[in-house]
Design a protein around this ligand. Structure first.
Ligand code: GDP
Length: 366
């Protein structure tokens, strides 16, 4: 019997790759291998080309020594064009409403204030587990298609190591690409806040009201870093609880030591869903920038941050160099084991590693 004709005929699987496809594959490989010069990325970034900006960030995130060297060149080229922005750190426990806030806040900045906003994420979980809290969800749907916004999820599992240094370098590239508002999101669980604090001008802590424990496991240290607390979801049934909590938090903030900036952090009520309190957050940040610019703190803070990053960058490069010697790497693995077995103390172990390191470097220079 003749089979009836169907629109969806099941095709036989392709048995061999056609020569044309093979050629395309080869070309793609060659393209990947062909390194573009740093100048190509620098020019692309300065022209605000997002694709090139993304590619350059991938180089920054790469652990490959060749990519790292290229990334350094790109950063050098972008540095003179960076710095012209406000860098805002946004933190809070999972569920506090960070993504929703950033979506509403970011859209307000782009659409109402005509700002160019880059959103970066520092996710300590990705460094430890290879998974990413911040990358998994479908987040910031409207902001991700907004022409004045650029969202870069946290580095993937294949590009781990020094997530915070990479974020810092990514800020430089985004600023050179013309983004004048940089939002850096982190999960408020205490690991990455210090790193984020060391790269932002303003640190915004998002908190919930009426969630039982008023401080929600937010460590005192994080409260001390905050330049403002925004109580999220201050709408509907939660509105009254938020008003009460506002006073409690304001009191808690007054109890903390005065800030070097002389800035008194306010507590703000916000609702990302009902879109209120958002312009107040913007005004607060503006006011912070104006006041601290007048006192000189704003510039001073960035300079001390640069000093901090100078030291961090040296440490991280020396660390990379240390591990780049196979003999040293193997010795570290053996000594790690020896320490567990109590065969050696950590100080003697590090002396031994250092000795091998010096020998290897001297050998290399001969
Ligand atoms: P994150 O884990 O901190 O990024 O939190 P999300 O932004 O994913 O928000 C967690 C939950 O809170 C989601 O179900 C949101 O819809 C809800 N949410 C966020 N902002 C608001 C708000 O302003 N009002 C209310 N009522 N719910 C909100």
């Amino acid at each position: 019997m003749k089979k009836p004709k169907k629109a969806l005929n099941i095709q036989k699987g392709v048995e061999s790759v056609s020569p044309i496809n093979q050629k395309a594959k080869l070309n793609a490989k060659r393209f990947q291998k062909k390194q573009k010069p740093a100048q190509y990325y620098i020019e692309g970034i300065l022209e605000s080309n997002r694709t090139i900006l993304s590619q350059a960030i991938t180089l920054v995130e790469s652990v490959h020594p060749k990519h790292q060297a290229k990334a350094r060149e790109i950063i050098q080229g972008c540095l003179p064009h960076s710095g012209n922005s406000i860098r805002i750190g946004i933190t809070g426990v999972p569920g506090v409403g960070k993504s929703t806030f950033i979506e509403t806040f970011g859209l307000y900045l782009c659409k109402d204030l005509n700002k160019k906003v880059a959103v970066l994420a520092v996710d300590p979980s990705s460094e430890k587990t290879g998974g990413s809290i911040l990358g998994d969800k479908t987040r910031m749907e409207e902001l991700s298609v907004e022409k004045n916004a650029f969202i870069r999820p946290s580095p993937s599992a294949s590009s781990l190591g020094g997530v915070s240094r990479k974020t810092r370098e990514t800020i430089i590239l985004c600023e050179a690409a013309g983004f004048n508002t940089i939002l850096i999101e982190t999960v408020g669980v205490g690991q990455s806040e210090t790193a984020v604090h060391s790269m932002v001008d303003f640190f915004l802590l998002l908190m919930l009201a009426g969630a039982g424990d008023e401080l929600q496991g937010i460590k005192r240290g994080i409260m001390e870093m905050a330049d403002a607390i925004a109580l999220t979801k201050a709408d509907g049934d939660n509105a009254l609880a938020c008003k009460k909590a506002k006073n409690n938090y304001q009191y808690a903030l007054h109890m903390l030591p005065a800030k070097e900036s002389d800035w008194i952090p306010p507590v703000l009520l916000t609702s990302s869903l009902e879109k209120f309190g958002i312009s107040e957050v913007v005004d607060t940040i503006e006011s912070f920038k104006n006041k601290t610019s007048i006192t000189g703190y704003f510039d001073h803070h960035r300079k001390t941050q640069n000093q901090y990053w100078f030291h961090e960058s040296m440490k991280s490069r020396i660390g990379d160099l240390l591990y780049s010697f196979t003999r040293v790497k193997e010795q570290i693995q053996q000594l790690d084991e020896a320490i567990i077995q109590s065969k050696i103390n950590p100080f003697d172990a590090s002396d031994q590693v250092f000795e091998t390191f010096i020998k290897e470097i001297t050998k290399q220079q001969k």
